[in-house]
Ligand binder design. Sequence first.
Ligand code: GDP
Length: 299
Amino acid sequence: AARLKQGLSKSRNHMAKSLAAVFGGGKIDEDLYEELETVLLTSDMGIEATEKLLAQVRQRVTLKGLKNGNELRSALKEALYELLLPLQQPLILPTDKKPFVIMMAGVNGAGKTTSIGKLAKYFQGQGKSVLLAAGDTFRAAAREQLQQWGERNNVTVIAQESGDSAAVCFDALEAAKARGIDVVLADTAGRLPTQLHLMEEIKKVKRVLQKSLPEAPHEVMLVLDANVGQNAINQVVSFDDALGLTGLIVSKLDGTAKGGILAALAAKRPIPVRFIGVGEGIDDLRPFDARAFVDALIE
Ligand code: GDP
């Protein structure tokens, strides 16, 4: 919890500063609601989430007969918690699906490769054997980076000097089946949803994985940089429409003062947030916990 608090300190400080006036103890009136609205919007929550939250806060004020701004704190926290709770669906590996195949997607620099390294450690910590597929065949540096994460975690990395992403991922899955591996983490190249040929390429990776194991990939995970603001929603919607996302990793929450992006997601496209990234280190990946998140965001 301490690490989470530290990771979200920029967002919390931003919220605290801008909420100070709202919670300052003044009378609850339309001006105050307007101020609250501005705070939520400038925290990247987006219009839908902001309106939902405001409606919930108003309802609580009426129900509980709240009079002062300082009584709004818990009303806001509860409303935010309720909004975010549906996103809290931890990734629990079923024992009867082996190997469990996780395909990673995202734009360049979102944190895919780093997240794979963190996930490898996380699953190993649960006693699972892990294998990595270096499916980012566009950048040699990506393959090397993945190999470093593999060495650090002492897990096998399946890579090819040349060849396409689908072929590498297929080989990795075949190797995992042969070796009785529990979890396969398949990296893919970064791409923008507007790069249609690259979107076709990642759809092919998915299809080819299914040729090795019909139910694979069990998890299609988008890694989303928390710093991209409202653009995050476009990314989620586009990747979801193309691939059918089953989970998200929201990375770099430590780098943003606008942790509100999760609320925007909850209101617009509530894909389960499996993990959040709160730093560059191997342990800086946390299963998303709505209560802990709200407590870290608003004191
Ligand atoms: P990829 O292109 O999607 O594979 O992105 P990378 O995994 O190479 O990450 C891009 C950069 O973001 C690297 O410098 C990572 O160390 C950094 N990064 C990834 N996740 C986090 C995070 O949760 N917090 C911070 N501060 N940096 C991160």
